[in-house]
Write a protein that binds this ligand. Structure first.
Ligand code: EPS
Length: 386
């Protein structure tokens, strides 16, 4: 669903590392490994993360596409090495090895395991789980942060916060008084990325209870973008609608099960007169009295903040496993268990921010174009409406 940008990721969870290529960025964008790493660190945090995050300290090497700190307009290539690789050199060896490696034969309900081995004809679930692991999202955040940098340079901010973990809700409404950057700076200090201190305590307790029981919990988070001009996306064709492009990218993330734009599902209980955002004018520009639409009308940005809510299911790798069937013996057994996270909702909110960065940067490049950052900025200055 991206029109101007293209990206690819590669790499297994316990292989040597992750590779990523992002093509379509304009020349002259200031980027640095430190900037990318600061967002990789945000993805690694959160109460309920498992042992792997203690091993890794994710760092992106900019391999190509950048010279003297600026993009060249050519594809940018990144590498993130897996520190854990040194413990997996035999199990994940690229070359064939003599030693017999124990196969994973007990598919986990909710994971890609069973459909994956049926699809590719494997007899070892490790061949599936290595790539279907959420480890892959490291590279999405790394590449997405290049798009985030482009957006920052044109005053578009993207932030997020967690509003629910399991059945504990932070009921406060969208914090419109904080900019997305201020919001992220505040909630990045919370172990569950939540604004409400009471809800934070209860969320942490809930994660601890789940962890003790060998279980996992999911949740809901909000992603917010500000500074968008009118008219990103279009009403003229199905695949140009901004909400379709956002949804496609978000739903490509492991464990994301639902999305709402603006008031979403709760709009269904209300009358049209209660929900549609009345239009005003302050003498200079059009204003809105509310933003229930969440910044998108008719498939286009309407210069209001973009408000998105996403649901993440509980992680399917369970220390107290569910019933499964051994794929080699067809005996009923418990599912495969291995090191896992009891909650990755805070990390998921950073991944969602990154996916939004791709879509918004892409829509900006589609609407305003330009081979270099200075051209893009000049085009925006002369034609963008806010
Ligand atoms: C993850 C790395 C993984 C898991 C988690 C996310 O590391 P490992 O499998 O070595 O423990 O912590 O992935 C899953 C639980 C999953 O089911 O995909 C990461 O880097 O985010």
């Amino acid at each position: 669903m991206l029109k101007q940008l293209k990206f690819l990721t590669a790499g297994e969870s316990h292989g040597q590392g992750l590779l990523g290529i992002l093509d379509g960025l304009p020349a002259g964008l200031d980027v640095s490994e430190n900037y990318i790493d600061s967002h990789l660190l945000r993805r690694q945090m959160g109460h309920g993360r498992g042992g792997r995050m203690k091993i890794e300290k994710d760092h992106a090497d900019i391999y190509c596409g950048v010279r003297h700190g600026k993009t060249l307009g050519s594809p940018v290539g990144l590498i993130v090495k897996n520190k854990d690789w040194e413990n997996w050199t035999k199990k994940m060896s690229v070359a064939p090895i003599e030693e017999e490696i124990r196969k994973v034969t007990l598919p986990r309900p909710g994971h890609a395991d069973l459909a994956g081995i049926q699809k590719y004809g494997f007899d070892d679930i490790r061949n599936v789980l290595e790539r279907s692991s959420a480890r892959e999202t490291t590279m999405r955040v790394a590449l997405g942060s290049l798009c985030r940098k482009l957006l920052e340079d044109i005053d578009i901010q993207i932030g997020s916060r967690v509003v629910q973990i399991h059945n504990i809700k932070d009921e406060s409404s969208f914090p419109i008084d904080l900019s997305p950057n201020e919001l992220s700076q505040t909630v990045d200090l919370s172990p569950v990325r939540c604004l409400g201190k009471k809800s934070e305590t209860k969320m942490i307790e809930t994660i601890d209870i789940a962890k003790k029981a060998g279980d996992s919990v999911g949740g809901i988070f909000e992603v917010i973008a500000s500074g968008l001009p009118y008219g990103l996306g279009s009403y003229t064709q199905w695949d140009r609608k901004l909400q379709a492009r956002i949804t496609a990218m978000m739903m490509s993330v492991n464990a994301f099960k639902g999305i709402e734009i603006g008031e979403g599902f709760s709009e269904t209980e209300k009358f049209g007169s209660e929900i549609h955002d009345e239009i005003g004018h302050d003498g200079k520009k059009f204003t809105r009295y509310t933003n229930n639409a969440g910044g998108i009308e008719g498939g286009m940005s309407n210069a209001q903040p973009l408000l998105i809510r996403l649901a993440m299911k509980p992680i399917p790798t369970l220390i107290k496993p569910l019933r499964s069937v051994d794929i080699s013996s067809i005996e009923s057994k418990e599912a495969h268990k291995e090191r896992t996270d009891s909650c990755a909702v805070p990390a998921a909110s950073i991944i969602a921010e990154s996916m939004l960065c791709f879509v918004i940067a892409d829509a900006i490049l589609e609407k305003f174009g330009g081979d270099s950052m200075s051209q893009l900025k000049a085009h925006m200055k002369s034609t963008a409406k806010y």
